[in-house]
Write a protein that binds this ligand. Structure first.
Ligand code: NAD
Ligand code: UGA
Length: 435
């Protein structure tokens, strides 16, 4: 099949490369000339494990190419995906759909023959109807069907998630389009991946409900972790104890500094706005948003407390800046709340992130970026772990202790054992555990 992918960001590039790996011919299109030039030259603009090899292999085999103009690819395509951004709209928190509608209009003007137009971007219920109207208006004679096919991949594990998903959801009301989508995902069908066909609106809501549920699950364990601290219990054991119940499930029960990223924050807010306007508010989601915002803000105070009540004039080493490991994405990362709050109280910050430094440099001022964890901790009064990159899990603690001036460690991801840290001479604070 021939696929045109409009938008070559995290989702567009990963999905495009994976569809090419399934054997389809894919053209990834983006307005950003720099991005397309880089991809054509063999580079990959984002940090995502395994993506460089996947892109390279499929380019060499002639199944994957890149363009800034969509005309040729859309004309030839059986399926056109819209995978552009849907950020929070300034002011009201609704999803900004201007990129989606602009892409739909451009597609409409050049489509040729029966074309399936698929929204892969996360879009509110009813957007498919609007996309249909936009296309119809721009090209009244077009033969097409609009399908919803939300994406559930996680950054940092994107290829595995795309190729071995728990399920694929397709919102489609046109028989021809359903067959095209079945053919497109046939390689997953063969792997016995459940493919759920629904009406379009239902599919659109499934995506928001899934993200909101996961955000609530994280927020639930974060609140339980505060309670553990108040009562002297251990949140990791509580998480294990409840997660072994299959009805609850053990994933997404890691307590931490609050969820961040390009999707949970914006999607929970967008869902709550949609629900309010529909007269059916989702109060659990509204509360989740509120708790998470406050939690991220409160993390700096936790660090100040661990430092004896003041960070004025103190040097703090931060390990991990991105919103999660294995990505260079800084969107809504907890570090964006924590570092400026510490600086405001007089702390000087040195920081290290394995992949996020280039992005992080755009967000922080007066932060000294180190090129490795040991250089980062040199002379620090306190060390704070914000993101649980694997390379932070087995540091030489004696060396860290010798390099630091002070001995305070605040571990916001529980990557170390309290006893091990204490035995190494640190005054150790973690999340939801004694110590
Ligand atoms: P992104 O910002 O990384 O990429 C979007 C790309 O679209 C940009 O490169 C931009 O230049 C391009 N673009 C915008 N308008 C265009 C147009 N008219 N023609 C061509 N290119 C255009 O965004 P992303 O993180 O990939 O997210 C895309 C969508 O997927 C969002 O709706 C998001 O909520 C959803 N989503 C994201 C993830 C994730 O992990 N990032 C996972 C699932 C779903
Ligand atoms: C999330 C969803 O997991 C994907 O299914 C979805 O497709 C995507 O959003 C999206 O719609 O964009 P992502 O944001 O890439 O994926 O990363 P997650 O692994 O979900 O982590 C999100 C945030 O929650 C991170 O800040 C992470 O540190 C935090 N988190 C996650 C926890 O604090 N505890 C956990 O147990 C899990």
């Amino acid at each position: 099949m021939r696929v045109a992918m409009i938008g070559t960001g995290y989702v567009g590039l990963v999905s495009g490369a994976c569809f090419a790996d399934f054997g389809h011919h894919v053209t990834c299109i983006d307005k950003n000339q720099e991005k397309i030039d880089m991809l054509r030259a063999g580079g990959v603009p984002i940090y995502e494990p395994g993506l460089d090899l996947l892109v390279d292999r499929n380019m060499r085999e002639g199944r994957l190419d890149f363009a800034t103009d969509l005309t040729e690819a859309v004309r030839a395509a059986d399926v056109v995906f819209i995978a552009v951004g849907t950020p929070s709209r300034r002011g009201d928190g609704h999803a900004d759909l201007s990129y989606v509608y602009a892409a739909a209009e451009e597609i409409a003007k050049v489509m040729d023959g029966f074309t399936v137009v698929v929204t892969k971007s996360t879009v509110p219920v009813g957007t498919g109807d609007e996309v249909e109207a936009v296309i119809r208006k721009a090209n009244p004679d077009a033969e097409f069907a609009v399908v919803s096919n939300p994406e559930f991949l996680r950054e940092g594990a994107a290829i595995e998630d795309f190729k071995r998903p728990d399920r694929v959801v397709v919102g489609v009301e046109d028989d021809r389009a359903r067959e095209v989508m079945r053919e497109l995902y046939r390689p997953l069908f063969l792997n016995e991946t459940p493919i759920l066909f629904t009406e379009r609106r239902t599919s659109e809501l499934i995506k928001y409900a899934a993200n909101a549920f996961l955000a609530m699950k994280i927020t639930f364990i974060n609140e339980i972790s505060d309670l553990c601290e108040a009562l002297g219990a251990d949140v990791q054991q509580v998480a294990r104890g409840i997660g072994l119940d299959n009805r609850i499930g053990k994933k997404f029960l890691h307590a931490g500094p609050g969820y961040g990223g390009s999707c949970f924050p914006k999607d929970t807010v967008a869902l709550s706005r949609t629900a309010q306007e529909a007269g059916s508010p989702v109060r659990l989601v509204e509360t989740t948003i509120d708790i998470n915002d406050k939690r991220k803000a409160a993390m700096a105070e936790r660090i100040v407390k661990a430092c004896g009540g003041s960070v004025d004039g103190k040097s703090i080493a931060v390990l991990g800046l991105t919103f999660k490991p294995n990505t260079d994405d800084m969107r809504e990362a907890p570090s964006l709340d924590i570092i400026p709050a510490l600086q405001k109280q007089g702390a000087t910050i040195s920081a290290y992130d394995p992949a996020g430094t280039v992005e992080a440099e755009k967000h922080f001022t007066d932060v000294k970026f180190a090129s490795g964890p040991y250089l980062c901790v040199e002379g620090a009064d306190a060390l704070v772990f914000i993101t649980e990159w694997n390379e932070f899990r087995a540091l030489d603690l004696d060396r860290v202790h010798d390099l630091m001036r002070g001995n305070v460690v605040v571990d916001l991801r529980n990557i170390y054992d309290t006893r091990q840290m204490t035995e190494s001479g640190f005054v150790y604070t973690s999340v939801g555990r004694a110590g």
